[in-house]
Write a new protein. Structure first.
Length: 362
């Protein structure tokens, strides 16, 4: 019994793997003293790489509906890992880091906000998909702008401010078709993308006083950033445009060929959920202090550490072993399916042997 595999798109796998690698590098980069070039590079990265991550997530979620199969898949691959890793991360930070944590499950710990956001975004997908693209995007932008007006206490509930703050990128991904993405393959567009990134670098390194690092997380209410609702909404709108431009530039540069890197794209959730333990471990081990004492080599070393960490976690032998934590029910279902298939093969083989014996006996 064999089932035909659905062909994977190497462009999507390359994009996913590149983006989750940038997420890892960004988190390790945060351990460096945020001064000068280090701080500029951090702001440049965060201006567009999470918007691009959310956009690709929306594109991959555009077929989500309320069928029992899709809802169970959402529970199995998002809700269950959230509960598992929320507990694991809390225990890790409490007992190894000596941290004090509050509001377990309702206030996602560090990178786990993305799973709570994904639950909300996917449940909203059929609603946004049923609306034409322009009204859907306008509604998403309004939600993003209004999310910054939520008071600080409510903003921490499931990271509501960030969930709604970044929803325009998800909705745009939901309404993007394969044909529209093909427009990014136009001749010469890669050079335009390179120039665009150069412009974004100049922009993000020159307006730090107007929109500092915390603005790029979409997680902090305007009032806590020292801005009025009007100024906050205008700044958020500019950041949405910057994030969109950076997303398109990134996608224009992503190669469309397969290979070992693209094959790792199927393990992005493993990388995303597991890298935080290593990064926190580096923090507890004094990596920031080491980087402060070695400013000349720390940035390059940090990039290499982040890159190596992402590649190791995505390597098939490692990813397969970690998959039991990331998707415990899926692993169990796969094992049951394989057992059923082996049983069926054994039964078929036994039947064939029995028929052969009968034929020979005649």
């Amino acid at each position: 019994m064999s089932s035909q595999r659905i062909a994977r798109d190497p462009w999507l796998d390359n994009a996913k793997m590149a983006l989750v690698t940038l997420v890892v590098i960004g988190h390790v980069w945060a351990l460096l003293p945020a001064e000068g070039l280090v701080g500029d590079a951090y702001d440049f990265l965060y201006a567009w790489h999470m918007p691009a991550f959310v956009f690709v997530t929306g594109y991959l979620s555009r077929t989500f509906d309320y069928s029992p199969e899709r809802l169970w898949n959402l529970v199995r691959t998002v809700a269950v890992p959230y509960v598992v890793f929320e507990c694991l991360m809390a225990l890790f930070r409490l007992y190894l880091g000596g941290e004090h944590l509050n509001d377990l499950f309702t206030d996602p710990h560090w990178p786990l906000w993305f799973l709570t956001a994904l639950i909300f975004w996917r449940l909203a997908t059929p609603v946004f998909r049923a609306v034409p693209v322009v009204p859907a995007l306008l509604a998403a932008v309004v939600l993003s702008l209004l999310s910054g007006t939520v008071d600080g206490e409510n903003a921490e509930l499931f990271d509501l401010t960030r969930v709604l703050g970044m929803i325009p990128f998800f909705v745009l991904g939901v309404h993007t078709t394969k044909e529209r993405l093909e427009l990014l393959r136009a001749p010469g567009l890669r050079w335009v993308a390179v120039v665009t990134f150069g412009g974004l670098w100049l922009l993000t390194t020159s307006v730090g006083d107007l929109a500092g690092t915390h603005w790029l997380y979409y997680a902090t209410p305007y009032a806590d950033l020292g801005a009025s609702d009007t100024r906050g909404a205008v700044t958020r709108l500019v950041l949405l445009v910057v994030g969109l431009v950076g997303t398109m530039a990134f996608l224009a540069l992503v190669p469309r060929i397969g290979g070992w890197f693209a094959r790792m794209g199927g393990a992005t959730l493993v990388v995303y959920l597991c890298h935080g333990f290593v990064v926190r471990g580096l923090e507890y081990g004094g990596y920031t202090e080491w980087a402060t004492r070695n400013p000349a080599v720390a940035p390059a070393t940090t990039v290499l550490v982040g890159l190596a960490l992402a590649l190791v976690l995505a390597a098939p032998p490692v990813a397969r072993r970690l998959q039991v934590l990331v998707d415990p029910f899926g692993r169990a279902e796969q094992q049951v399916k394989e057992a059923v298939e082996l049983t069926a093969v054994a039964q078929d083989t036994g039947s064939l042997r029995g028929m052969r014996t009968q034929v020979l006996a005649r």
